[in-house]
Design a binder for this molecule. Sequence first.
Ligand SMILES: *Cc1c(COP(=O)(O)O)cnc(C)c1O
Length: 457
Amino acid sequence: MTRKYLLSDAQLPERWYNILADLPEPLGPFMSPRTLEPLTPPDLTPIFPMAIIQQEMSAERWIEIPDRVRDIYRIWRPTPLHRAERFEKALDTPARIFFKYEGTSPAGSHKPNTAVAQAYYNAEEGVKRLTTETGAGQWGSALAFAGTFFDIDVMVYMVNISYRQKPYRRALMETWGATVVPSPSNRTEFGKSLLSADPESPGSLGIAISEAVEDAATRDDTHYSLGSVVNHVLLHQTVIGLEAKQQMEMADAYPDVVIGCVGGGSNFSGLAYPFMADRLAGRSKTRFIAAEPAACPTLTRGLFAYDFGDTAGMGPVVPMYTLGHSFVPDPIHAGGLRYHGDAPSLCLLVKHGHVEPRAYLQNECFAEAVRFARTEGFIPAPEPAHAIRAVVEEAIAAREAGEPRTILFNLSGHGSFDLGAYDAYFAGKLEDVALPQARLDAALRELPKVAHTAGTR
Ligand SMILES: *Cc1c(COP(=O)(O)O)cnc(C)c1O
């Protein structure tokens, strides 16, 4: 009864889908961190190649995937789509549950979809070294993996708490040839200033971004690479949803609900946007649910405002839901979901009611991840455990309403590198952190004063 929907190599998408062509209102311009006026391409050339800058600002609906990128994608793509019938049975639900499985990539998550594309465009423009940040380690591994195909040296600033929790992630990156340092580090001025204030700083994604940007901006041979949040990353990830659309057709199904977890928004958007195109065009009434951690509740409790993408205030200022760039989330095991903001296009879709955000505590997510592992076999990474928690809510709602319902979610990565987190869960050592409003208010007082309005809710 295992139902698995596979595409042939020939069905690998030839183009990515750019939602900027179809948004209900144009995205507010990204601002320069120095002037707080709209960014121009020359502001970005020290850290990004021209091809990426063009994609970041493009409103073309379809963008061709270069042949060399498709060649490398074929190492693990197209990825399978599964029907989770055993999980459905365990939940005693009339809902049909499908999942797209991105854990088949060599790095174990969806992140190589953009890492390979970014390494390609940098190599085409003669770049020899890339810096980046990583939280749980998935993004650093993805870029380290991509670097090997294009002779690019990869330098990874890894959030300190994750560096300590996930030593095998570091070994993985080093196996692919990358250099990895804990962030904050003494390699950058910003890192040094933080370490002198708090030598035990757990770090955050925002801090690591700042270090990686500082490193790239101060060296001619080096560019910077981002694993989530920005438009071009979401664009590259749409290969997930474009495949899933073909596979749902093979299954003779169309989702009533699409679900994903959200750290910066890339795996969610990658699966969701090709289906969102149908909703925005009035062709479907599909609902979209973005699942985030209660310890870092950007979409459910943040403010829609202009804020810095990074903690040091060096990167672009963008319109998004934010907890404030100075917000340092409590250390939870879904390290990839500990970011203070989210992708601007996703935030806009939340603001317009096209995406419904929900926040979950980590223990309830692990409980469902374990149920999933014991029925479907795959061990989810802690991040998509949040998506599975939302899936269960929908499946139970379908049972209570006595309605059929087709649910599609993104299993964005496997948990084989995160068994320490499962160990902590089984030992009852995971804390459910409820974020006090006062801490949120304090971080939100430090938003930059941008004249252009982002709109508020
Ligand atoms: C990084 C990561 C996430 C969170 O990042 P998004 O950009 O929101 O997708 C989710 N799942 C996995 C497996 C990841 O590696």
